[in-house]
Design a protein around this ligand. Sequence first.
Ligand code: PHE
Length: 360
Amino acid sequence: MADDLDTLRADIEAALAGAADLRALDAVRVAALGKSGQVTGLLKGLGALPPEERRARGAEVNVLKGEVERALETRRATLEAAALDARLAAERLDVSLPPRAAAPAGPEAGSIHPISRTMEELIALFGAMGFAVAEGPDIEGDWHNFSALNIPEHHPARQDHDTFYLTAPEGGRRPVLRTHTSPVQIRTMLAQEPPIRVIVPGRTWRADHDATHSPMFHQVEGLVIGRGIHMGHLKGTLVDFLRAFFGIADLPVRFRASYFPFTEPSMEVDIGWSRRTGELGQGGDWLEILGSGMVHPKVLANAGIDPRAWQGFAFGMGIERITMLKHGIPDLRPFYEADLRWLRHYATSPLSPFTLHDAA
Ligand code: PHE
């Protein structure tokens, strides 16, 4: 190749190596291959050469042009990769950073209702103890809601003034809005083989309405079925749960003999509080908080489980009630009124989901 072409190639290569970004690279391209670029100028000058020289020189200039084009492409690829790396580094998202609670915040932007929040907490706390979540329908049959649970035909819970009934289908029994989450005990035992460990948060219905009762409310059921399950398991589970939920490590818990048709023996569970100040954990008074007991052998048998081979315990509690106690909420009715002032006070940010650290 002619010396002047070698020199030009060396110049262009040096300029390419010195081009630090895509903009500088484009300047090198224009200077070499643009309309009035150096290589373009050489191609244009060929016409002035005598024909015999023109051929050989033309071939050389075209080779140079091809080399320059490839070198430009190579450098462009290198610079684009570097630019991408730089962008990735600069715009990296640290997903472990806490979220910024930027405006709009507060209930107007959406918040977690105390009922949902308590359900999240129940699922997290019992989840850590190996409980899965089970669900059932709000509209139940008489058998699941009452009979399978050993609730006799004339039990007060079945009375029309206590329970919401729907119209009976032709020749059938009236469906009911479930009066508790206990029918899901039956559904779960029928649907899966023991061992079983579930909680059932959900809506329940009773014909009741005052400052502490709403016709629609929420319960959480618990059911554990296993071999050799005994009252110690029931007590340990509930004491651990109540202390974690209320965040009081030495919360006094009392088990008091009681009666439910579907558990035997049955116990109501109280926690210690002060009737005077409303403070939980001290004060020498007792507050009833949930019902529990060993699953009645007849209930196991009704649900197809051999009561000689399997034992279990169950419990049920009101979600509104434990939420009111935990947060000092005096009245049940605002839970369902969607009053922004109330929500602003008691609802939680969706940016702070419940974790087990909160319960430590
Ligand atoms: N279903 C009972 C109620 O609604 C609570 C309960 C559940 C009691 C499970 C014992 C066992 O009052």
